[in-house]
Design a protein around this ligand. Structure first.
Ligand code: UDP
Ligand code: MG
Length: 348
C-alpha cells in the first residue's frame, strides 16, 4: 500500500509458524471471502514467526500473485503472542481480524463479523460452540483455566473464545499503548474494554499438521495469564501465613499452659518433624510464587523489544516510522544495507 492512499477497511493478521503445507488452502479459503467485501479494500498481513520450513517462500509466492498480501518475517520463533502483537503493530486497516493459519478459524465468518462491526461493535468475538478436535484433557483444562482467570482477574474472561476476533482501529491502538512485555493477548484484549459482540461457530480440526502449541507452552501461557492479570496468588499466601501464625500461637499457648500444669514430658520428635516439613514446604511454595512475579518484573525492567524483524514487504516506510514511534521500544527494525554495491533493490 502506498503512503498516500487511504488505509484498507480490513487487515487480516495471520501468525504463521511452520505452516507451509496449509498456506495454499488458506489462500483458497480466504481470498474469495475478502474479494466479496463491498465497501473497502483489504490487506492480508502474514507474520512469519521464524518458520523453519518453506512458509516464507509460500508467503512470498502469494504476495507475488496478490499485492494486497503483506508480510513481516521475524528473526526467530518468538511465539504466537509476540507474532500477533507484531501483526497489530503493522496492520493498517480500520478494522483488524486475527486468524489462525490452519483454517481452524473459518474465514467465511469474516463478513458476519464485519456486519456486527458496522452495527456498532468495537470487538466481535467468535465463540466456539464445539471443540470436537481437542482431547477431553485439553477441553477440561481450558474450562478450568477460564474459570480461574475470571475469578482471579475479578472480571469475566469470555470462555471458549480464542484469538479469532475482529477489532476496531481504536481497540488496536489502545492495545498497542499497553506497555507490558509479557503479552497475554486474551487478557489484554479483555482489559481494554469497548463494545463487545459475539458470534457463534463450530471449530473445525486443523487443516494440516498438528498443533504448534505444546502442552508445556499452553501451561506457560496459562501461568502468564494468571500472573500478569492477578496478584491474588500473592495475597493468598499472606492469608495462609496469617492463618497458620494464628494456629501456631494457639498451639504455643496450649504448650505453655500444659507445661505449667503438668511439667515437661518427653518431647515428641514426630510432631516436630512433621511441623517442620510442612512449614518448610509451605515456605518454598510461597517463595516460588513470589519468584514467578519477581521474574516477570525482571523481564519488564529489561525492557527488551517483543520481537525482532528480519525483513518485511508491503509497507510504506513512513507508516512504519509512525508506528514504531507510537509503540516505542517494542520493535527492532534493523536497517538493511545492500550486501554488494550494485544490489540496492533489497528489502521493502
Ligand atoms: N503460531 C505462531 N507461533 C508459534 C506457534 C504458533 O505464530 O510459536 C501460529 C500457528 O502458525 C497458527 C496459530 O499460531 O497459525 C495457532 O497455532 P496452533 O494451530 O498450533 O494452535 P491451536 O490451534 O492448537 O491452539
Ligand atoms: Mg490451530
Amino acid at each position: 500500500m502506498s503512503a498516500d492512499s487511504a488505509p484498507p477497511l480490513l487487515s487480516v493478521i495471520i501468525p504463521c509458524f511452520n505452516e507451509a503445507d496449509g498456506i495454499d488452502a488458506l489462500t483458497q479459503a480466504l481470498e474469495p471471502v475478502l474479494d466479496d467485501i463491498k465497501d473497502g479494500d483489504y490487506e492480508v498481513l502474514l507474520v512469519d514467526d521464524g518458520s523453519r520450513d518453506a512458509t516464507l517462500e509460500c508467503i512470498e509466492a502469494w504476495r507475488g500473485r496478490n499485492p494486497r498480501v503483506h508480510f513481516v518475517r521475524l528473526a526467530r520463533n518468538f511465539g504466537k503472542e509476540a507474532a500477533m502483537t507484531c501483526g497489530l503493530h503493522f496492520a493498517q486497516g480500520r478494522t483488524v481480524v486475527i486468524l489462525d493459519a490452519d483454517l481452524q478459524d473459518p474465514p467465511a465468518l469474516i463478513p458476519e463479523m464485519m456486519e456486527k462491526w458496522r452495527q456498532g461493535a468495537d470487538i466481535v468475538l467468535a465463540h466456539r460452540a464445539l471443540r470436537r478436535e481437542d482431547s477431553w484433557f485439553k477441553r477440561l483444562t481450558a474450562a478450568a483455566f477460564y474459570r480461574v482467570m475470571s475469578v482471579l482477574a475479578g472480571r469475566a474472561v469470555p470462555a471458549n473464545v480464542g484469538d479469532f476476533r475482529l477489532m476496531d482501529r481504536r481497540v488496536v491502538d489502545a492495545l498497542l499503548h499497553l506497555p507490558e512485555k509479557t503479552r497475554f493477548m486474551k487478557g489484554l484484549m479483555n482489559y481494554v474494554g469497548f463494545e463487545i459482540s459475539t458470534i457463534e461457530y463450530e471449530r473445525p480440526g486443523r487443516h494440516s499438521g498438528t498443533s504448534r502449541l505444546s502442552f508445556w507452552r499452553l501451561w506457560n501461557l496459562a501461568l502468564e495469564g494468571i500472573t500478569s492479570f492477578s496478584t491474588a496468588p500473592l495475597r493468598a499466601w499472606g492469608y495462609l501465613g496469617f492463618l497458620f501464625a494464628a494456629l501456631g500461637l494457639v498451639y504455643a499457648g496450649w504448650i505453655v499452659v500444659r507445661t505449667l500444669l503438668y511439667g515437661i514430658d518427653v518431647p515428641g520428635y514426630a510432631s516436630l518433624a512433621t511441623l517442620l516439613l510442612f512449614f518448610s514446604g509451605l515456605q518454598l511454595i510461597s517463595i516460588g510464587i513470589i519468584g514467578e512475579y519477581l521474574a516477570r518484573i525482571f523481564i519488564e525492567t529489561k525492557n527488551r523489544p517483543l520481537y525482532v524483524v528480519e525483513r518485511m514487504d508491503g509497507f510504506a516506510p513512513d507508516w512504519i516510522i509512525d508506528r514504531s514511534q507510537m509503540v516505542m521500544g517494542n520493535i527492532v527494525l534493523p536497517r538493511s544495507r545492500p550486501r554488494s554495491p550494485g544490489d540496492e533493490s533489497s528489502s521493502s
